[in-house]
Design a protein. Structure first.
Length: 188
């Protein structure tokens, strides 16, 4: 969880008073140090539970919030130690998307139910959502697009160039075969 994400979550607790002569900013900083290793979704879940269970206007203890956060993780431990969404892998299939004219159907993303943060990656290129028609055409194998981006396609052979290239390669392979294995009379 980042500091900005924590500030958003801490703002949800503005309805509670801090007891004694404690400084609200100091309490926020300490709570962030204790909770920064949790994913923001787990902290969000814990704060939602904390607000829902509050019996007065004073800020409940940090231990109670940690218990609520842990209860989110314990829910998966009770189901055979695995999340029902990702079955313990932490990854689920990502929706089909299109990038640079190609459709990608075999991508994965972090499981939203587990609360494990996704690795920080630099987003290169652009992902566009795929509509239902494109998805059906892709899955049927009829999605009409060139596999190579414009300008990167193979150039067509000039007249006679393919045959000359084939003859040159065959001569090189014959020379290599003789060098490696010798002539047929020497091997016998």
């Amino acid at each position: 969880m980042t500091r900005d994400e924590w500030k958003t979550q801490w703002k949800r607790l503005d309805q509670f008073r801090v007891g004694g002569d404690a400084n609200r900013d100091d309490v926020s900083a300490e709570w962030f140090r204790q909770l920064q290793h949790f994913h923001v979704d787990a902290v969000d879940h814990g704060i939602t539970q904390l607000i829902g269970s509050a019996k007065d206007t004073f800020l409940p203890g940090l231990g109670l919030l940690k218990d609520f956060i842990q209860s989110r993780f314990d829910r998966y431990d009770r189901t055979h130690g695995k999340c029902e969404t990702c079955h313990g892998s932490g990854w689920v299939d990502a929706p089909i998307f299109r990038s640079h004219g190609l459709i990608y159907a075999n991508a994965v993303t972090r499981c939203p139910a587990c609360g494990i943060p996704a690795p920080k990656i630099e987003e290169r290129g652009r992902r566009e959502p795929v509509n239902d028609l494109q998805t059906r055409e892709y899955l049927a194998g009829r999605f009409g697009h060139e596999q190579m981006p414009t300008g990167c396609e193979a150039k067509p052979w000039r007249e006679g160039a393919r045959e000359a290239h084939t003859a040159e390669m065959m001569a090189a392979f014959q020379k290599l075969r003789l060098k490696l294995f010798g002539s047929g009379t020497e091997a016998a």
